[in-house]
Design a binder for this molecule. Structure first.
Ligand code: FES
Length: 139
């Protein structure tokens, strides 16, 4: 079996939703200290729905594919669903990632969560801090 699925290669070569949103309602940025990769997610939110999402990723192919797939998975979805998106769901939607590349999908989950937290903070929306645990950086 090839190391990377067709879907990973497709989203790496043709990333969806790449770019920035100037008037974003929430921005989340995370980095992995070990590999040095950085991911930034921009959310546009209207009536509690993610109406637009863009990303910038300075990182490996799996991180780019994970960001691309993650943005596709939350676009048009309620904020609550974006918050629930797990890195496993991102990896599954990509038809899998090699074990040593799973941490790349963790960046996508964490960046989206940070962007939602930023949206909550900007709008004075109260939330349970346990919704936003520190993400372990695991290689
Ligand atoms: Fe670090 Fe992929 S190698 S995000």
């Amino acid at each position: 079996m090839a190391l990377y699925s067709e879907k990973v290669m497709d989203h790496f070569r043709n990333p969806r939703n790449i770019g920035i949103i100037e008037d974003a309602d929430g921005i989340g940025e995370v980095g992995n200290a070990k590999c040095g990769d950085i991911m930034k997610i921009y959310l546009k939110i209207e009536d509690d729905v993610v109406t637009d999402v863009k990303f910038e990723t300075f990182g490996c192919g799996s991180a780019i594919a994970s960001s691309s797939m993650a943005t596709e998975l939350i676009k048009g979805k309620p904020v609550s669903e974006a918050l629930e998106l797990s890195n496993k769901a991102v990896a599954e939607a990509l038809d899998g990632l090699p074990a040593h590349k799973m941490h790349c999908s963790v960046l996508a989950e964490a960046a989206i969560r940070n962007a939602v937290k930023d949206y909550f903070d900007r709008n004075g929306i109260t939330y349970d801090p346990e919704l936003f645990p520190e993400v372990e950086e695991d290689h």
